[in-house]
Design a protein around this ligand. Structure first.
Ligand code: GLU
Length: 432
């Protein structure tokens, strides 16, 4: 992915990195941020590229490319997930690590931003191949990982199992146990009760808060959720439990639509009927009284609230004018391009940006890390209560500023997030 400088500013061919850079520059200019600081924050502090050789079941060795990026450690250790996917590149990880810096800053938690990943097709690997890949990747990024330096977590196509493999490998290398080096762990392996649902809970909290502010009755709201992975599935479930009608859910097999309401609990049962391949678990769900539509149709069905929880860049200049929802809450990272957002803004739709809307995951990770450092565990009620409180406050902070200054929620969120980082950089100096 080529980088270039346009009018003194860094730009990239990678859509996620380029969107992150452009959003950052626009907000930084509005804040009259110092030009030196702007260029400093345009680049990650550190990026480690690793090769990940894996012995496949047929005995052949395949080498995958892996990355770990630390965008900023101004506010604390860098924090962010590890994703597996065919499209993963170092540039994408740079963009996502930058988003994590803003996400942690905005949430007021003591972290900088990081992200990592492996370019692979996780659905084409066996469990053992994935284990060998995760362990080798873990070993190769181990020198920069630690509870006070860089703390990974799950992201697309990774979960508790991958975290166990990576942490177990690094702990063996260290010769001692260090649970706070990584979050999103299974509950019995130093995980936190509530973490699995945390991103969905945070997203649903933002949706319900927006309904409250706008005087909308949740039981009259039609909701569409694109993506039925960890984020989308719990968002749909929690919003349904709050009274909303979930008219569509989707995964890589298609969109499942029922204007009278999807039985989300049934979809969970359906998805867990066998281990299945992540991203393909809803295959055949039309049998449960739904109409099956195309993969992208979840974005376009008639609804009030849309939660894009699948892929980056799906709401863009070609698709944005087909979106009917008036409220769009970004569960995925970077699902809307700048061009797509202009179209939505022009027709008065409200977009709640990813690094506010999906921050429940990293906020939940912070709670897990804090428990690990103390060696104690909270009840699920305490965890959920703290998460909901923090997300509600965060949402209102961004909402109020946006109303006050007549800017979009994304711009409002950027300004608050950049300010916290730049204030600390000003105090610490540039020797970071
Ligand atoms: N992968 C999640 C995100 O993008 C969680 C990161 C974390 O918990 O560190 O926010």
């Amino acid at each position: 992915m080529a980088d270039r400088i346009v009018n003194g500013r860094r730009r990239s061919d990678d859509l996620i990195l380029d969107t992150a850079l452009r959003d950052f520059y626009d907000a930084a200019d509005e804040m009259h941020l110092n030009e030196g600081l702007i260029s400093m924050l345009s680049y990650p502090e550190r990026r480690v590229d690793v090769s990940v050789p894996v012995e496949l079941e047929d005995g052949k060795i395949k080498v995958f490319k892996g990355y770990r990026v630390q965008h900023s450690t101004a506010l604390g250790p860098s924090k962010g997930g590890i994703r597996y996917g065919k499209e993963v590149t170092g540039a994408e990880c740079e963009g996502l690590a930058m988003l994590m810096t803003w996400k942690c800053s905005l949430a007021g938690i003591p972290y900088g931003g990081g992200k990592g990943g492996i370019a692979c097709d996780p659905t084409a690997l066996t469990l053992r191949e994935k284990e060998r890949m995760s362990r080798t990747y873990g070993a190769r990024i181990a020198p920069i990982i630690g509870r006070w330096s860089d703390i990974p977590a799950p992201d697309m196509y990774t979960g508790g199992q991958e975290m166990v493999w990576i942490m177990d490998t690094i702990c063996k290398m260290l010769g001692h146990f260090e649970p706070a080096m990584l979050t999103g762990k299974p509950i019995d392996y130093w995980g936190a009760r509530g973490r699995t649902e945390a991103t969905g809970r945070g997203l649903a909290t933002c949706g319900l808060e927006l309904m409250r502010i706008k005087g909308l009755d949740p039981s009259k709201m039609k909701v569409s959720v694109q993506g039925f992975g960890n984020v989308g599935s719990y968002t749909a479930l929690l919003l349904k439990q709050a009274g909303a009608t979930i008219v569509a859910i989707s995964d890589t097999t298609g969109t499942y639509y029922n204007p009278k309401g999807i039985n989300v609990e049934k979809a969970f049962e359906y998805m867990n009927r066998e281990p299945g391949v992540r991203g393909k678990r809803l295959e055949g769900f039309e049998k449960e009284g739904c109409e099956k539509l195309g993969i992208s149709d979840a974005l376009f069905v008639d609804c009030d609230f849309l939660f894009p929880c699948a892929l980056q860049g799906v709401i863009n200049e070609e698709t944005a004018n087909k979106v009917k929802a008036n409220y769009i809450l970004e569960g995925a990272n970077s699902p809307t391009t700048q061009e797509g957002e202009v179209i939505l803004n022009d027709r008065g739709a409200i977009v709640v940006p990813d690094f506010l809307a999906n921050a429940g995951g990293v906020v939940g990770s912070y709670f897990e890390w804090a428990q690990n450092l103390q060696g104690l565990s909270w009840t699920e009620e305490e965890y959920n209560e703290r998460l909901t409180k923090l997300m509600t406050e965060n949402f209102n902070k961004v909402w109020n500023y946006a109303q006050d200054k007549k800017v979009t929620m994304r711009r409002s969120a950027y300004i608050a997030a950049i300010k916290r980082v730049s204030d600390i950089v000003a105090l610490r100096g540039v020797y970071l």
